[in-house]
Each structure stands twice: as C-alpha cells, then as structure tokens.
Design a protein around this ligand. Sequence first.
Ligand code: HEM
Length: 419
Amino acid sequence: MRVQYGGVYIYTSPMFLPIDPEFNKEILIKSFQYFQGRGFYSTEHQPVSENLFTKDGEKWSILRTKFTPMFTPSKLKGMFNLMIEATKPMEKYIKEHHNKQMPLNAKDCATRFTTDVTATCVFGFESNSFLDDILLKQLNEILVKSTRLLRLLFCIALPKVANFLRIPLLPPQETDLVCKNLEESVKYRRENNITKTDFLQLLIDLKNNSVINLTELKAQCLLFLIGGYETTAATISFMLLELAHNQDIQEKLRTEINEILPSYGGEICYDAVMDMKYLEMVLCETLRKHPAAPFLLRKCVKDFTINDITIERNTTIVIPTIGLHYDPEYYPKPDVFDPERFSDTNKNKIVPYTYLPFGEGPRNCIGDRLGKQQVKVAVVSFIQQFKIKLNPEVTFPLEYDTFMILTPKRDILLDIELV
Ligand code: HEM
C-alpha cells in the first residue's frame, strides 16, 4: 500500500506530513474547518505583524473578507501600467550590462524590479532601485531577519513562550522605518488630494470607509512585502534561468510575444499578456520545478479522524509541495523543464492536489494573479528585447537557499545579446 503520511517533531511540537493527494484535498478543502489555521507566529506586542498570513480563526476570516475585493482582475489591471513603468529602468540596466559586456545577475535584477513594483504599488513612492539600493536593503533586512530559521522555528513551535518573551516577528528598526515612509505617503496623498490606482490606494479607501485602521493598513503593506516580494523575485529569476538553459523554449516564447503584441498596437498591455498561452505554460512549469513556497502550513484546530488515524488539535500540518512537484508518478522526468505539461490537453491530466504553487482552498494565496502578472510583465519585457544565455559560471545541479521561500543560492549569471 502506498504510504499516505509521515510526521516529525520540531522541538516538542508534532508535525503531520500528508503525502497523498486525497489527504491534501481533505485538509485544504473538504475539512477546512478543522485546518483553518496556519499556525504561523505573530504577536500583539508588534501589531503590524498581525496580518492575513499570520492570523488564524475569526480574525483571519474577517481580514480575508475585507481584502479579497482588492485582488479582482479589474483592480489588478489598474496596477498593470505601474508595473510596465518599472520595466523601463530595468531595460536600461540590462542594456548597460550588454554595452559593458558584463554578465547580468538575474536574481539581483529581479529583486530590484520587484522592489520598484512594491515601492510604487504598495508604498506609494518611487524607489529607483536600479540606481540606488536604500529601500532594497531595508526590505531585504526585514525579510532576512524575519525568516531566520531557528528563531522562526522556535516562534512557530512555541508561540506562547515567544509571545511571553516579546520576540517580534519583524525586525523593529527596519520595520519602523518602512512604516514611517508609508505614513508619509498616506499623509501626502490626503493633504494633496491625490488618488491613484495602486494597492496603497485600495487600502486607503478601506481605511477611509472605516473598514480597517492605520495599523491594519501598515500590517497589510508589510504583508505584501513578506508574502509577495521575494516569492515573485525568486520566480522571475528561476524563469529566466530556465529560459536561458532551454534555448528552444526561449525562442518559442519570443515568437509568441512577437506574434501577439502587434494585434495590441505593439506595446505590452494587460490584454496582450493575458492572451499569451505559452507564457502561461512556461510560468506554470517554472512554479512546478521551483515553487517559491516549497511547503504549505496548516494548524489543526480540533481533533480530526481520517481513515485509521486521528490528527490531534494543535498539530501543525506541513504539505510538501516541492516533494509532490518532483514525484515521478505525477510528473514523469521531473527534472526536465517541460512547459507542455501545462498545454490545454495535458493540464487536465494533472492529478488534483499535486500541483500547489499557490496553495489551495479558502486559505490559498490571495495574491496569485498579482504575482503572476508581475512575473509575466518582467519576463515579456526581457525576452522581447534580449536573448539570454547562461554564463559558464552557472553550474548544475542548482543549489537552493531555503526555509520559508525557495531562492537560488548562487547568482544566476546571464550573458545578454540584443534581439
Ligand atoms: C509568484 C508569486 C507568489 C507565490 C509563488 C506565492 C505563494 C503563496 C503560497 C504557496 C501561499 C500559501 C497558500 C496556502 O497556504 O494554501 C501564499 C499565501 C499568501 N500570499 Fe502568496 N505567493 C505569491 C505572490 C503573492 C503576492 C504578490 C501577494 C500580495 C499580496 C501574496 C500574498 C499572499 C497572502 C496574503 C497569503 C496568505 C493568504 C491567507 O492566509 O489567507 N502572494 N502565497
């Protein structure tokens, strides 16, 4: 009989590891009321760490209802042009590398791009990360310090002790700085009667309608940073890596871009990007091979019995997304990068609940479309203008830096040619 689950202890806390798609379906969807928590850590001593990702129970449910309308396709369309603007300094940066015949560091370039998008869409100011990396450094500090492995594991495994010790989730100094910038943006818009089509504006509207308060507004902006910034940058880096490594796929993607853009006036626009089917297939395969979030977390909130086993209340559930994505039973030759797995014909053959790059069920990624949109804008603008090859310094097998988010451990160096 096929093994359906396993388990580990972190400190004294038990963790249940389902590895059967049926278990995943049960936990993520069918019996969601038993597994509604994520069991992450936040503390009332740092109110800005209390957000949609970290909260559980009633508080999570209220926040999810408040924020879901912010992620509709029409709201995302409103942010599209801001993303396009952010590609311009990126293009200049790549051209400079080309002119100086220097390899381009894909990871660094993707991070600067997502920093600029995060700055304009979320914090309401221009960061010019391709020229100066002050914000980049602040955001990275917040991410690096808040996801330090041992400290985070301690907080997740023993949240009451961590709360008693007042261990903050986010590094206070850098977080305060970013929050101060944010307050200034909100104030500036209010005093100058400015309205925009960005994420910050949607939050300001919720605040003006008394749906959320200023602390909740700041908390959600920081969440965008923690949930969306590094995941998106990592996905862009991995997609460029695979395109550089698979020249035929890169050429096919470029052909699609060149065929579709003329019907939309030659410029990258929302509808043109939505029309690019091969782009979607390449992105889906990138997220299969390199899921930025390599596992999903749930917390069992009341005892639950399935088949012959009882999962006890307070048990943490870890669904191993990356393990499923590399299981040859579901994805033959899993090491091969093959976007055809996601063609119209083939994608219906994928076993449900074995492909989980954005999670599943009521607690799935609320920013999935936004994240995908950002990756697509960056990659289309890149591939339309530049041919990329892997620099000989990039070696395989690829090494990952991982705990919460899967990122490439070493630089992904690309050699650039103009198209
Ligand atoms: C390629 C980019 C992204 C990837 C791969 C990704 C992946 C994920 C995954 C796997 C989860 C956990 C889902 C679950 O437990 O079932 C998640 C949750 C979440 N993500 Fe994303 N994400 C991305 C981009 C974004 C962006 C741009 C945002 C912007 C706000 C975002 C916001 C969130 C939030 C708020 C949650 C928690 C949802 C909840 O608990 O209700 N993500 N993401």
